[in-house]
Design a protein around this ligand. Structure first.
Ligand code: AMO
Length: 581
C-alpha cells in the first residue's frame, strides 16, 4: 500500500500504530544529528523524525521533495507538543524512507505570509495552489458546489447539461466565437449563459432545471469579473418571482451554512427604487450607514444655479467636519471620475456652514438641509446635483462606498458580516442608445404586470419582473420572470432594435417553441465564483478559481490565447488581418 494514513489526520489515538505517509517536505530542521521534517499532504502537516545514522539519505532531503515514509507513531516528548497544529501531539519515528521525486528551488514561496506578484503566481499556479490558503479555497469551493447541488436536487430540480458550442445568448457582453471547420465562414458562440436552453427545457416539460454551468463573456475584467466563470443556473415552470426567490434562498442558505456553520437569516427585500434612493446603487452594501437623502425638494426653487431645479442628493458623514481640504479635493475628483459634475462639501459648524457654496444658499435652504440630512456641528455634508436623478444617485452612491472604505467604516473582509439583500422591481430598460432601448436585464424578462401599458407611453418608466441577489455591495445573482407570450416577446425585441427578421434569424428557435405550448416560467443564476470569493473572504475571483485568466484575459501558465498554424486557419477558411499598429 502506498500510504495508510494522511499526515494531516494523525492524532494521539494513532500512537503505537505503524503507518506509511506520502507527501511533500514542508520544512526541515536538523537538531543534534536528528532530522525533523514537516511532511505535508492534502490534509495537513505532521512531524516526521529521521535518524540519519540508520537512514543516511536524510541529510540530503530538501523542501518540496516528495517522500514516502514508514514508521511508528509516538507521542511527542514533553515540552515539544505543538498546540497550534492538529497533529501537534504526535510524531512519526521513521524507519523506512523513499525519495519519490526531488524538487528544484521553488520559483515562489508558498507560505501564506509572503506577498508574491500575481503574474508569477499565475505562471507557476501548480506551485501557488500548494499554499494552504489556496488549498482551503479549492476545498471550500468544492463543498459549496456540493451543498448547492444537494439543495437543488432536494427541491426537485433536475441537472441538465446544455451545449457550449451554440449560438449567441445575449447577456450584454461580447461573445467568444469558435470557427466551424465543417461550415467554413460560420461560427459557434460559447454561451454567455444557458438562458435560451433553460427556457426551452421549460417548453420541453422539465419543470425544474438546474446546472452548475460554465459561461463565457468577452468583457472588460475586474476583480469580480472573469471571462470564463461558473453559475448556478436554474429555471422553473408555473412559478413566480416569490417561488424563485425561495428556491434560491434555500440553495444559497445551504451553501452558506456548509461553509460558516450557520444559516443566514431571512433575506430582506428592497425595491430597486428604494435601493437607488438610499444607497445610490442597485448593489447596496448595507453593512454601514452613510445613506443618501434626496434634497431636491429643498432646493427646488433655489437661486443657486448648481442646485435650483436639479436632482440633489446628499449624505451625512458623522464627525467628519475636520476633513482636510486636500482630502475633500480628492473626493471631488473621484465624484468627477464617477461621472458627476462635481461634489459640494459642507463642514457643519454650530451656527454656519463652512463651504464654498454657503454664501449662495438662503437661510431657509440651509435650515432645511440641516434638518433633512440630520447633520450636527462637527459633521460633514456631501452633496451631488445633476440634471438626472439617477446620475446624482450613482455618483454619490459610488463615493459613499469609497469614503466608507477610506474612513474604515466599511468592513474590510467581504465575508464580515454577510449582508444579503434581494433587490426587486428593476426597470425594464436601463436607457437608450443610438435611438433604441437597452434592456436592463436581458430581453426575455417580463414587464411588471402593472406597467405593461407604459411600454407604449413611457417605456423607460416601466418596471420589470427582474430581481437581483446582492451581498455586501456585490451582485451575486440575477433572475426574472420570463416573457412566455410570442407576440409580447416580438414586441420587446422590436423595442430594443431587433426587427422581426432579425428576431427570427437569431431567436427563431425560441419564438417557434412558444407556438407549441409554453408554460409560464422564471429563473435565476448566481455566480459560484463570486459566492466562493465572498465566503473565502477573498477580494478577487482569481483566488477561488484554480486556473484563472489574468487581468488581460490570458493564461500565464499555458500561454493561451496563442497563435495557430496556417494549416489550421486554412481548414477553417480563415485568413488573419494584421492588427492595426
Ligand atoms: P447575469 O448576467 O446577471 O444573469 O449573470 C448571473 C450571475 O453570474 C455571475 N457573473 C459573473 N461572474 C464572474 N465573471 C463574470 N464575467 C460574470 N458575469 C456574470 C454574477 C451574476 O450575478 N441568464 C441570466 C440569469 C437569469 O435570468 O436566469 C444571467 O446570466 O454573479
Amino acid at each position: 500500500m502506498m500510504r495508510t494514513h494522511y499526515a494531516g489526520d494523525l492524532r494521539a489515538d494513532h500512537v503505537g500504530e505503524r503507518v506509511a505517509l506520502c507527501g511533500w517536505v514542508d520544512s526541515r530542521r536538523d537538531h543534534g544529528g536528528i532530522v525533523f521534517l514537516d511532511l505535508r499532504d492534502a490534509r495537513g502537516l505532521a512531524q516526521v523524525v529521521i535518524d540519519p545514522e540508520s537512514l543516511p539519505g536524510a541529510h540530503n532531503l530538501r523542501s518540496e521533495w516528495v517522500l514516502r515514509v514508514e514508521g511508528v507513531i509516538r507521542p511527542r516528548p514533553d515540552g515539544t507538543v505543538n498546540p497550534d497544529l492538529p497533529t501537534g501531539e504526535v510524531e512519526l519515528a521513521v524507519d523506512a524512507l523513499e525519495v519519490i521525486s526531488e524538487a528544484e528551488t521553488l520559483p515562489i514561496p508558498i507560505d501564506d505570509r509572503s506577498e508574491v506578484d500575481e503574474a508569477l503566481r499565475l505562471r507557476y499556479r501548480f506551485v501557488d495552489l500548494r499554499r494552504p490558503r489556496m488549498q482551503a479555497n479549492l476545498r471550500l469551493r468544492s463543498r459549496l458546489a456540493l451543498a448547492i447541488r444537494r439543495s437543488m436536487e432536494d427541491q426537485g430540480f433536475v441537472d441538465v447539461q446544455t451545449p457550449t458550442l451554440t449560438r449567441s445568448t445575449p447577456e450584454g457582453a461580447r461573445d467568444f466565437l469558435v470557427p466551424s471547420r465543417k461550415q467554413p465562414g460560420t461560427f459557434y458562440a460559447l454561451p454567455q449563459s444557458p438562458q435560451l436552453f433553460k427556457q426551452l427545457l421549460m417548453v420541453a416539460g422539465v419543470d425544474r432545471y438546474y446546472q452548475i454551468a460554465t459561461c463565457w463573456r468577452d468583457e472588460d475584467l475586474r476583480a469580480d469579473r472573469a471571462p470564463e466563470f461558473v453559475q448556478l443556473d436554474a429555471e422553473a415552470s408555473f412559478v413566480d418571482e416569490q417561488d424563485v426567490m425561495t428556491f434560491i434562498e434555500e440553495a444559497v442558505g445551504a451553501a452558506i451554512e456548509e461553509i460558516t456553520g450557520a444559516r443566514p437569516p431571512e433575506i430582506p427585500r428592497m425595491s430597486w427604487s428604494e435601493s437607488m434612493t438610499r444607497f445610490g446603487s442597485d448593489k447596496p452594501d448595507t453593512r454601514f450607514g452613510l445613506e443618501l437623502q434626496d434634497l431636491s425638494a429643498v432646493f427646488a426653487s433655489s437661486e443657486f444655479r448648481a442646485f435650483g431645479g436639479k436632482a440633489v442628493v446628499g449624505l451625512r458623514v458623522p464627525e467628519a467636519g475636520g476633513t482636510s481640504r486636500s482630502r475633500l479635493d480628492a473626493w471631488t475628483d473621484r465624484a468627477k471620475a464617477l461621472g458627476g459634475g462635481g461634489l459640494v462639501w459642507m463642514r457643519v459648524q454650530e451656527a454656519e456652514l463652512d463651504s464654498p457654496v454657503a454664501k449662495f444658499l438662503s437661510a431657509d435652504e440651509i435650515g432645511a438641509l440641516r434638518q433633512h440630512l440630520g447633520v450636527e456641528a462637527g459633521d460633514l455634508a456631501l452633496l451631488v446635483a445633476d440634471d438626472e436623478r439617477h446620475r446624482a444617485q450613482t455618483v454619490l452612491g459610488g463615493l459613499r462606498v469609497e469614503i466608507a472604505t477610506e474612513l474604515g467604516l466599511r468592513p474590510e473582509r467581504l465575508d464580515d458580516p454577510l449582508a444579503l439583500v434581494w433587490v426587486t422591481d428593476f426597470p425594464l430598460f436601463e436607457g437608450e442608445q443610438d435611438g433604441v432601448l437597452v434592456p436592463a436585464h436581458h430581453p426575455f424578462t417580463a414587464p411588471h404586470v402593472d406597467d405593461v401599458e407604459l411600454l407604449a407611453t413611457d417605456p423607460l418608466a416601466a418596471r420589470s419582473r427582474a430581481f437581483d441577489l446582492v451581498v455586501n455591495g456585490i451582485e451575486l445573482g440575477s433572475g426574472s420572470v420570463r416573457v412566455h407570450d410570442r407576440a409580447l416577446q416580438q414586441r420587446l425585441f422590436a423595442m430594443i432594435g431587433i426587427d422581426a427578421d432579425e428576431a427570427q434569424a437569431r431567436f427563431g428557435f425560441l419564438l417557434d417553441a412558444f407556438r407549441y405550448g409554453v408554460p409560464p416560467h422564471a429563473g435565476f443564476a448566481f455566480g459560484l465564483d463570486r459566492l466562493a470569493m465572498v465566503l473565502a473572504g477573498e477580494q478577487s475571483l482569481r483566488d477561488v478559481i484554480a486556473f484563472p485568466k489574468s487581468q488581460s484575459g490570458s493564461d500565464a501558465l499555458t500561454g493561451a490565447p496563442a497563435a495557430v498554424d496556417d494549416g489550421q486557419l486554412r481548414d477553417l477558411g480563415l485568413r488573419l488581418i494584421p492588427p492595426k499598429d
